[in-house]
Design a protein around this ligand. Structure first.
Ligand SMILES: *Cc1c(COP(=O)(O)O)cnc(C)c1O
Length: 400
């Protein structure tokens, strides 16, 4: 009987491999940055990195590294406790207050990851008589969090405002007490920004709350990097904002939920991934305080990031590549065919450019792509170098 189990696991792995869906993890042997050293077929090789969530280039910032080191000297390494037992330092509260202040909320609460924040946010706040209306392309962690909550579930087609209205009407017909609309601020496979202005207007019309997961936006979208609500001009209309410290905000790890004081207080008492999981390490928090300071004063980083995005878009479009339209530093190059996309990423690695191919089930069938992500630490020359490699490989594979 036990052997059946192990045979089944082996067979599942073989199926994943046969379908070309196996994830291979390449090993990096340097800090994360615009140029990284990787183990490429047993040889160390320096490559340009165009697939990190390191939008502001802060992952290896010397001041952040130093802040982490200094905090570790003062506070040691680990907390060895959940927050409410003996895991809360003054740093935890300072980071929570800084995040809330930056993003314009009364308070915030830290989690080990945004996956945990999204996993824990719904269940304490909503009950069976409530409704969650969720975008079909929302992040896996939102889908899981919604599953853990007893509220009725409604799904609207990605950014389809007609469908959102229909679902809100249905929730009303079903007698929903509280309605919560949930969306990613940016849909990461496409780099498309949620229609928050329209969503906020519908929320107003139907008396619904809005939650935005802004993992791919906080730090660089919006006038001062406050994210998609500010970018869309509806900063004051979003009730709950979740985000990560694992992307633009230094890329370490950790997640948070911004909301009203009482919502945060209830989450502190009831959110299971918070109550039953270890507190973030002091070094991470010291580094995050420095990161927030750099990000809040990081206008030049945001400028460079969007300059790189514009340059890459223009040069790639001129070269004949098919890009998804947009303004976000996620820039997908559509290849459509999964095998071609995979071959292209492999050849680009040989040419010294690290990018990743995405195919089904991460994106729809026949919509395979190379998803590039710009970084403020890329120079013009590095962007040009990447484009030159794309052109060479694109011609050899036959996509341009
Ligand atoms: C990355 C991401 C997450 C998960 O964040 P972690 O802090 O890495 O767990 C959640 N939601 C969205 C939209 C993301 O892009």
């Amino acid at each position: 009987m036990r052997q059946d189990f192990y045979d089944r696991i082996t067979k599942t792995i073989a199926d994943i491999r046969d379908q070309g869906l196996e994830k291979i993890e390449r090993q990096i042997t340097s800090p994360q940055g615009p140029v990284i050293e990787v183990n490429h077929q047993g040889v160390k090789k320096k490559v340009l990195n165009f697939c990190a969530n390191n939008y502001l280039g802060l992952a290896d910032h010397p001041e952040i590294v130093k802040a982490a080191q200094e905090t570790m000297n003062d506070y040691g390494f680990g907390m060895a406790s959940v927050r409410f037992i003996c895991g809360t330092t003054d740093l935890h509260r300072r980071v929570e207050k800084e995040i809330a202040d930056y993003l314009g909320y009364e308070d915030s609460i830290l989690f080990a990851a945004c996956f945990d924040a999204n996993g824990g946010v719904f269940e304490p706040l909503l009950e069976a008589e409530d409704a969650i209306i969720s975008d079909a392309l929302n992040h896996a962690s939102i889908i899981d969090g919604v599953r853990l909550c007893k509220a009725k579930r409604y799904r609207f087609a990605n950014s389809d405002m007609k469908d959102l209205r229909a679902q809100l009407e249905q929730a009303d017909l079903d007698g929903a007490r509280t309605k919560l609309i949930v969306t990613d601020g940016v849909f990461s496979m496409d780099g498309y920004i949620a229609k928050l202005k329209e969503i906020a207007a519908l929320a107003e019309e139907f008396g619904a709350l809005v939650m935005v997961d802004d993992c791919h936006a906080t730090g660089f979208m919006g006038p001062h990097g406050e994210g998609t609500p500010a970018h869309c001009g509806v900063a004051k209309h979003i009730d709950i904002l979740t985000g990560t410290l694992g992307k633009a905000l230094g890329g370490g790890m950790g997640g948070y939920i911004c909301a009203s004081k009482d919502v945060v207080h209830l989450l502190r008492n009831r959110a299971r991934p918070y109550l039953f999981s270890n507190a973030l390490t002091p070094a991470l928090l010291g580094a995050t305080l420095k990161t927030l300071d750099l990000v809040r004063h990081g206008g030049h980083l945001r400028e460079q990031l969007f300059r790189n995005a514009t340059r890459f878009r223009e040069l790639m479009t001129k070269a004949g590549f098919d890009l998804l339209p947009g303004e976000h530093p996620i820039i997908p190059i559509m290849i459509y065919d999964a095998k071609k996309a995979g071959a292209m990423a492999a050849e680009l690695m040989d040419e010294g450019v690290y990018v990743t191919a995405f195919s089904f089930p991460v994106v729809p069938k026949e919509k395979a792509r190379i998803r590039t992500q710009m970084c403020a630490a890329h120079t013009d020359e590095q962007v040009d170098e990447a484009v030159a490699a794309f052109i060479k490989v694109g011609k050899s594979i036959g996509v341009i």
